[in-house]
Write a protein that binds this ligand. Structure first.
Ligand SMILES: Nc1ncnc2c1ncn2[C@@H]1O[C@H](COP(=O)(O)OP(=O)(O)O)[C@@H](O)[C@H]1O
Ligand SMILES: [Mg+2]
Length: 294
């Protein structure tokens, strides 16, 4: 293990002593007011996402090998793992892009994700951020957010004039969250890489997803942008559930700073190798061997 990691581990262990602010499923989970279709999302048992024995094979190679994982409502979960561990494939399964050969995937305790198409999964309230930003460069930041609203069929079906006040408010709210208020009228193409990533996260937020899946969101960001991204995600937990897949340990460190007990899952060869606080997984010999101790 590198000295840096040891230091990070020591810091995390110190923080370990600090009192918890929230229970494991997050007291803020109660703020789950808005359900797309009444009764479709039942998080009464605490889990917003439940994967059981998910197996995905590509020509006999198991990208996911009986993966079992659950995410609590309102939780911000960090998932780390070496290249090829199956992190992106896991997101593909959750979002209906890839059908597993075996296993079960539930959103809340009643929605069987494996029975829904990619667009249905998005409408159920699962937003996904791919690695590469894909904003409309010619349009302004504001227009990008506006467009994100219009692709929402629930909104499109409603009376635009009546809702526009609330929609404008939503845009203002999201602009503030992603710290792009001052850039609202600028073409998105002129933003920095980090700002484009935030804008895309903002576009997802326009749909008010219950669960956000973020695949290596700070890749290519400056240290300062990485730090601000951690703050953004921390501000979203509770209201939303987040699954953050990342390589960058300094980012995971920033995401666990407020809560040293925050659960970190280590994936390896398509299954969970270790799960626990950052300090716990960093001290795990199996993890050091396959991931951290290179
Ligand atoms: N469509 C595919 N066809 C064949 N192999 C794939 C496909 N998608 C992913 N894989 C393989 O599955 C493994 C897991 O990939 P991935 O989920 O992208 O890992 P990670 O995101 O953790 O780096 C890798 O070995 C990768 O090469
Ligand atoms: Mg990946």
């Amino acid at each position: 293990m590198t000295p840096e990691l040891l230091q990070a581990g020591a810091r995390a262990r110190q923080r370990h002593e600090a009192p918890r602010r929230d229970g494991p499923s997050g007291g803020r989970a109660a703020s789950y007011g808005r359900v797309v279709e009444p009764g479709t999302l039942d998080v009464a048992h605490g889990a917003i996402l439940y994967l059981e024995d998910i197996t995905v094979s590509f020509d006999g190679f198991k990208a996911l090998d009986a993966l079992t994982l659950d995410i609590a409502a309102g939780e911000l979960r960090c998932i780390i793992g070496p290249n090829g561990a199956g992190k992106t494939t896991m997101m593909d399964v959750i979002t209906g892009k890839t059908r597993p050969d075996a296993g079960r995937a539930f959103f809340g305790s009643t929605v069987d994700l494996l029975r829904h198409s990619e667009s249905e999964v998005a409408r159920l309230g699962i937003g996904r951020k791919f690695q590469k930003p894909s904003v409309f460069e010619q349009l302004s930041v504001y227009e990008n957010l506006e467009l994100a609203l219009k692709t929402d069929r629930r909104v499109r079906a409603a009376v635009w004039a009546q809702l526009s006040g609330a929609q404008r408010e939503r845009i203002e709210f999201v602009l503030e969250r992603i710290q792009l208020k001052a850039e609202a009228r600028r073409p998105a193409g002129l933003l920095s890489h980090g700002q484009k990533q935030w804008l895309e996260i903002g576009m997802l937020l326009m749909q008010d997803p219950k669960l956000l899946l973020l695949d290596e969101p700070v890749a290519g960001m400056t240290d300062e942008e990485t730090e601000r991204t951690a703050e953004l995600f921390l501000s979203l937990q509770g209201e939303h559930s987040l699954v953050v897949v990342e390589h960058d340990m300094s980012f995971i460190d920033a995401l666990t700073r407020d809560d040293p007990q925050r659960k970190v899952t280590v994936l390896h060869e398509g299954r969970v190798l270790a799960e626990g606080s950052l300090a716990q997984v960093q001290a795990d010999d199996k993890v050091v061997e396959v991931y951290l101790g290179r």
